[in-house]
Design a protein around this ligand. Structure first.
Ligand code: G3H
Ligand code: 13P
Ligand code: ZN
Length: 302
């Protein structure tokens, strides 16, 4: 079953029925995408294939929209094509015109009323087309290409309720302690589970956790990322038990890729066929996606 790009809401339904979450995995090239699709097929779980505005700039949306359906079909997986951190309505429209089935409108850096207005406009466009809409309330710290925030501003549960009622959004990204990138915590990993619980109770919709990478020590050490720290698998699973249904992961895949490339260059310094090095990196991404899917979709532990 599968092989076609479907809305994220259909995929999230699969997770709701099981009380687990769906991995939303970012890609910026063929190597990432192929490894993600292969892992999803081998484990037989749905996935959300995510591109940021930065990924669209890098790859070209025409390339994304022709490559993704082919790989989803090749592997026969259940997947959606998602715009991650769409900042402008124009980007949302561009994504829709290019076959995306799911969009995030991220106006979380704007005042509440403006966030409501922009998100409502996107919902009005997407609902009739059957496209899933994610919005964000609260601010995640961390800086990357197109995604930045100075400090964490946790999502207020009452405000989340009002936001969801007024906008009609399908999924809500919440700020509960994580941040983007490889340096999430100075001390022990911590997220506000009670806040997750409360937001879920008040909104009743699927919640999204950004900045959820595990930043696993074994890989971080190998690529020399000193002091890097991510979310523990245990905390992530606890958050999922309380209503997180979409778990975003980018950094873990980037780290796996870099590890693979470095290992291959060290082992074969005179190899000049890039495909030989990329093959090693693809294997590392594949292993990382399998590792993440097992945690996020509770494939091993209950
Ligand atoms: O939040 C998403 C990413 O980790 C940042 O990705 O560098 O493509 O903007 P980007
Ligand atoms: P990480 O940096 O933790 O992988 O988070 C990715 C993310 O939130 C993409 O939207
Ligand atoms: Zn994010």
């Amino acid at each position: 079953m599968g092989g076609e790009i479907i809305p994220s809401s259909e995929i999230i339904k699969w997770a709701e029925e099981r009380g687990v979450a769906i991995a939303s995995l970012n890609f910026n090239n063929y190597e990432f995408l192929n490894s993600i699709c292969k892992a999803a097929a081998d484990l037989d779980v749905p996935v959300i294939l995510a591109t940021t505005e930065g990924a669209i700039k890098y790859l070209g949306i025409d390339v994304i929209s022709s490559m993704v359906p082919r790989l989803v079909k090749r592997y026969g997986i259940k997947a959606s094509l998602h715009l991650d951190h769409g900042r402008k309505i124009e980007t949302v429209l561009l994504a829709i015109r290019n076959g995306y089935t799911s969009v995030m409108i991220d106006a979380s850096d704007k005042p509440f009323e403006e966030n409501v207005r922009i998100t409502s406009e996107v919902v009005k466009i997407c609902k009739p087309l059957g496209i899933t809409v994610e919005a964000e309330l609260g601010v995640l710290a961390g800086v990357e290409d197109e995604v930045s925030g100075e400090k964490n501003i946790y999502t207020d549960p009452e405000q989340a309720k009002e936001f969801v009622e007024r906008t009609g959004v399908d999924m809500l990204a919440v700020a509960v302690g994580t941040s983007h990138g490889a340096y999430k915590f100075k001390g022990e990993p911590h997220i506000d589970i009670d806040r997750v619980k409360r937001i879920r109770e008040l909104t009743g919709i699927p919640l999204v956790l950004h900045g959820a990478s595990g930043v696993y020590e074994d890989i971080a050490e190998k690529i020399g990322l000193k002091g890097a720290r991510g979310l523990s698998d245990e905390l992530l699973m606890e958050a999922i038990r309380h209503g997180i249904r979409k778990v975003n992961t980018d950094t873990d895949l980037r780290m796996a890729f870099i590890y693979g490339i470095r290992k291959s260059l060290e082992q074969s310094p005179t190899e000049i066929d890039p495909r030989k090095h990329l093959r090693v990196a693809m294997d590392e991404i594949y292993k990382m996606v399998v590792r993440r899917l097992k945690v996020i979709s509770f494939l091993e532990k209950g």
